[in-house]
Design a protein around this ligand. Structure first.
Ligand SMILES: C[S@@+](CC[C@H](N)C(=O)[O-])C[C@H]1O[C@@H](n2cnc3c(N)ncnc32)[C@H](O)[C@@H]1O
Length: 269
């Protein structure tokens, strides 16, 4: 990492990667950081305060990266996206991201989003609910959507455990992977995660310097597929990772949440 350079962290979280970038580009590298979740943003802002003018943080969706860089009249040397949600949101947000907790079925990363997971389960018609589950690659998507439509007539869905109970009843299983994929399908719909990713990727070649790099870490196949296809389809991007980089056994031992991570790197040509 070089000095005097401009970096973008599109998913600051609590600022782990951002501070590593700021350290590595010290003393003059500038970081533009984006974090959509209000609480994560506040914590990161406090943590990164010590870098002073070198860090510019925005409590915004990363789809605004292009607009903001263009407004500032800068191009980036490197852009990082570490997709998905953080342990902080899973464990501490009380917004119903985790099937292991009993919380309202909310799942909004940012509270300005109008739709919640509860709205989807209680108000989407059968066709649209099926689409959500199919898009999220939920097994038996249509039949499960039909089951939910019947179930909510008796009692609307309110909490994460209402959904967990319905999953157990329908699938006769409470496997973690199954619960995770269903929760994830709702989270993707609430936050428009795949649409946001597609949009921001399209913008990247316009805001990178020549030889600037894009690094994307994804944790699930739907996102990784979008990244892979984008890298292949835009001639302004040279793929530097023929196969995605995955964590070593040792890293997985240290950090089990990293086990499904895939990192792809592209270079602006
Ligand atoms: C896996 S965490 C990133 C962790 C971070 N790299 C760190 O070192 O702490 C992903 C973060 O991206 C945020 N996020 C998700 N979608 C976003 C979006 N469209 N725009 C900006 N931030 C987003 C989430 O709120 C979450 O904090």
């Amino acid at each position: 990492m070089k000095e005097n350079k401009i970096y973008v962290d599109g998913t600051v979280g609590l600022g782990g990667h951002s501070s590593a970038i700021l350290e590595a580009s010290s003393p003059s590298g500038i970081l533009y950081g984006f974090e959509w979740n209000e609480d994560s943003f506040r914590i990161a802002k406090e943590r990164l305060k010590r870098y002073g003018e070198r860090v510019k943080l925005f409590n915004k969706n990363f789809i605004f990266i292009k607009e903001i860089l263009q407004r500032e009249g800068v191009l980036a040397d490197g852009i990082l996206l570490d997709l998905g949600i953080s342990s902080f949101l899973l464990e501490g947000s009380k917004r119903g991201f985790s099937f292991q907790k009993e919380e309202p079925l909310d799942m909004r990363i940012n509270l300005s989003i109008e739709l919640t997971a509860k709205d989807i389960l209680n108000n989407y018609d059968f066709m649209n609910l099926s689409k959500v589950f199919k898009k999220g690659e939920v097994p038996k998507a249509e039949k499960f959507a039909k089951f939910i439509c019947e179930k909510r007539k008796k009692k609307p869905f309110e909490t994460t455990q209402d959904l967990v109970k319905a999953i157990k009843e329908f699938y006769k299983s409470s496997k973690k992977d199954l619960l995770a994929v269903i929760f994830q399908s709702l989270r993707i719909e609430v936050n428009k995660e795949l649409e946001n990713l597609e949009k921001v990727l399209r913008d990247f070649p316009d805001i990178l310097k020549l030889s600037g790099r894009i690094v994307i870490i994804s944790f699930q196949s739907l996102e990784d597929r979008i990244v892979k296809n984008f890298f292949k389809s835009d001639p302004r991007i040279k793929v530097l990772t023929k196969k995605p980089i995955t964590p070593s056994e040792e890293e997985i031992k240290r950090n089990p949440r990293a086990r499904s991570a895939k990192m792809r790197v592209g270079e602006r040509v």
